[in-house]
Design a protein around this ligand. Structure first.
Ligand SMILES: [Zn+2]
Length: 679
């Protein structure tokens, strides 16, 4: 196959350089990647064989440009792997990941290149680099150190081996989780299973049943749109128990077991950090975080724990009363969401199903566009003539206030068996300088697994699902509004404990009357959401803040436990997990279930020693949103300041510096507790 016609190598001639999805085939990836790696190798050789003393132009810049193609191919592959791929496609990761980690290690372990970067780093003041160039050199210098540039050859080789192994184990972890999730189907013809379930969930269960080849009955799965409503609404306790147990078992034992993989991953991470001279993996990771140290993280988690644990306890007592009234003497995990939902209904007299009617997916998308218009002056226009990777994907052209092109925005909302679980934002191309010397605008995507439409009913979303869209849209805005020169400093690629500020802050808008009135119209009558419902939404926002907060903290503690100290001698994954999570358990642990085995965030995602970031970022966004509340949530001046000081800045400056520019001071932890009604 000729490289000349490989769509992954040739620059896209579509409008705005859109991804030519219709031409990309599985067999294009390896030849394209091999080519890109060869080209990058040439750049690397050119830089290190240069006998002139190092300058930004002859060292940092070619390194930035020379790897662009690899990045684009890798982005394309992994984005598609997450959003639309079968097992054959996924298996290619076993070839692609090692190639990418090999080339990036070749760079990061190259002593000649490091020498040049070191000289640049030492001379960055007198070489009159601009601030962004200085930041780029500093960040790249740190990357070298963290990857072993100062090590001897033997140790460098060890690091290479570890990275290669990790690059296979991590995708294997998520593939196992996905396969285990898909493997389980509960088919029933017993009508009593349906009691309490929303009609939409039942209809979907009929469709799933037909898809799976059954002539009658209903099928329930462990995918969120099926699993979650069962836990919240199914009156039949045995059904909740069955599904709850199955969910808790995902990749814990069975064909797609992750236990040994976890042991290997944490041991390799630890070993690597030791070779690099760090105490442990957490210390290594936190060096490039807003929080900086393990102590800061643990103090932060413990400080919140002191408030959230007692709050969760008393919330649970109230829920427990509901269960007792219902004849349940001993509450179990699978009763929590169900009775919490009942209590919520009792207290606020609304349920998610009533609210859903106002959240048609298309209206929600229109709604977020209206918000972006009010805050930042952005315009979104749907484009139908650009290729997409699946017919459900919608594409929008985004223009700035002055009508200049800002980004392409891809929206992919509903589950498929070929899609990973969860929701995420990603870039097909980040903003910044390309190797043609032009600063280009980004191609941004949000992907989710939200309630799909059925034959008769459009996609009607729960409040949580709408919140997911707002969240991912916040990430997308970060990416779309990025305005730096160098791609490696572009948003949303900032320090991990800062990256959730732009996303989580958007969730606040959803709770506001002014926002809901923009888009929340009844899907049949078109009537705007009534005031009484809005009031209930507001009142219910801090409902179970303690329980939900505690849950996040429990994952934070678990994550830090896996990544501080030496985990290599952990024999029993479950015993280790229990010991750490005990203090956060409100209800007895369900034997035979395990969280670590499907906690993809920390074992296959980028959140190792970083799960705390969710709560950390909540503090940032609660505190930042108080500023919007003071000035008016659509106040253009405040929005502009948020855009200019945070969203557009990427990793141009340390996050604390950026934050202080917007807020005028450091973040205030109590802002979060105030919002949760816990102070
Ligand atoms: Zn996020």
């Amino acid at each position: 196959m000729s490289l000349k016609t490989n769509p992954l190598i040739n620059k896209s001639n579509l409008r705005h350089g859109a991804v030519p999805f219709d031409n990309i085939k599985l067999e294009h990836f390896i030849p394209a990647l091999d080519y890109a790696i060869k080209e990058a190798d040439k750049t690397l050789d050119m830089v290190i064989s240069n006998s002139d003393s190092p300058t930004f132009e002859n060292t940092a810049l070619p390194m930035e440009n020379g790897f662009e193609l690899i990045e684009i191919i890798a982005n394309t592959y992994f984005n598609m792997m997450g959003a639309e791929s079968d097992n054959t496609f996924k298996e290619l990761a076993q070839q692609i990941s090692p190639k990418i980690s090999a080339i990036s290690n070749k760079v990061l372990l190259n002593s000649k290149l490091f020498e040049r970067i070191k000289v640049l780093h030492e001379n960055k003041e007198k070489d009159s680099l601009n601030n962004e160039q200085k930041r780029l050199v500093e960040e790249s210098y740190l990357d070298f150190i963290n990857n072993g540039a100062l090590l001897n050859e033997t140790n460098k080789e060890k690091i290479r081996k570890i990275d290669e192994e990790l690059s296979k184990l991590q995708p294997k972890f998520s593939q196992n989780t996905l396969n285990a999730t898909n493997e389980f189907i509960y088919h029933t013809t017993d009508k009593s299973d349906l009691s309490g379930l929303p009609s939409m969930v039942i209809e979907k269960a009929v469709e799933t049943s037909l898809e799976k080849g059954y002539k009658t009955g209903w099928c329930f799965t462990l995918q969120m749109p099926s699993f979650r409503p069962i836990m919240q609404y199914a009156d039949k306790r045995e059904l909740r128990e069955k599904m709850g147990r199955e969910f808790g078992k995902i990749s814990y034992g069975g064909k797609f077991d992750n236990q040994e993989i976890i042991k290997k991953i944490v041991s390799l991470r630890y070993e690597k950090s030791q070779i690099l001279g760090f105490k442990d993996h957490a210390e290594k990771v936190l060096q490039k975080r807003m929080a900086l140290t393990t102590d800061t993280v643990m103090n932060f988690l413990n400080r919140l724990y002191k408030v959230y644990y007692p709050a969760a306890k008393s919330e649970l007592e109230e829920i427990q009363k509901m269960a007792i009234d219902d004849g349940i003497e001993k509450m179990e995990m699978w009763d929590l969401s169900y009775y919490a939902e009942k209590l919520k209904k009792l207290k606020f007299d609304f349920d998610d199903e009533e609210l859903r009617l106002y959240f048609k997916a298309e209206n929600v998308i229109d709604g977020i566009f209206k918000i972006a218009k009010l805050m930042y002056g952005l315009d979104f226009t749907e484009i139908t003539d650009l290729p997409v990777y699946h017919k459900e994907v919608r594409v929008f052209e985004v223009r700035d206030e002055d009508n200049s092109f800002l980004a392409l925005f891809y929206v992919d909302l509903h589950p498929r068996e070929t899609k990973n679980g969860g929701a995420w934002m990603t870039c097909w191309r980040t903003q910044g300088l390309t190797n043609e010397g032009k600063v280009e605008r980004p191609l941004v995507s949000i992907v989710a697994n939200l309630t799909p439409s059925t034959e008769d009913i459009p996609s009607l979303l729960t409040y949580d699902e709408v919140e997911t869209i707002f969240h991912e849209f916040g990430h997308a805005l970060h990416g779309m509004l990025s305005n730096v020169t160098y791609r490696s400093l572009a948003s949303p690629d900032v320090y991990w404990d800062f990256v959730e500020l732009p996303s989580q802050i958007m969730e606040n808008w959803l709770g506001e009357k002014e926002t809901l009135q923009l888009f929340a119209n009844h899907y049949k009558t078109g009537k705007n959401i009534p005031n009484t419902l809005i009031k209930k939404i507001k009142a219910s926002r801090s409902f179970n803040a303690g329980i939900n907060g505690l849950r996040q903290l429990s994952f934070g503690f678990l994550d830090m436990a896996w990544h501080t100290g030496n985990p290599s001698n952990v024999e029993n994954i479950d015993a280790f997990e229990n010991q750490i999570m005990q203090k956060t358990h409100l209800l007895p642990k369900v034997e035979g279930t395990n969280i670590s085995c499907h906690l993809g965030h920390i074992f296959s995602g980028g959140y190792s020693a970083g799960y705390y970031s969710y709560k950390w970022a909540e503090v940032l966004e609660a505190d930042a949103f108080e500023k919007f509340k003071e000035d008016g949530i659509f106040n253009a001046e405040t929005a502009t300041s948020f855009r200019d000081n945070i969203l557009s800045q990427g990793n141009f400056k340390h996050p604390m510096e950026l934050y202080k520019k917007f807020r005028g001071r450091e973040p205030d932890v109590n802002a979060l507790l105030r919002r949760d009604g816990l102070t």
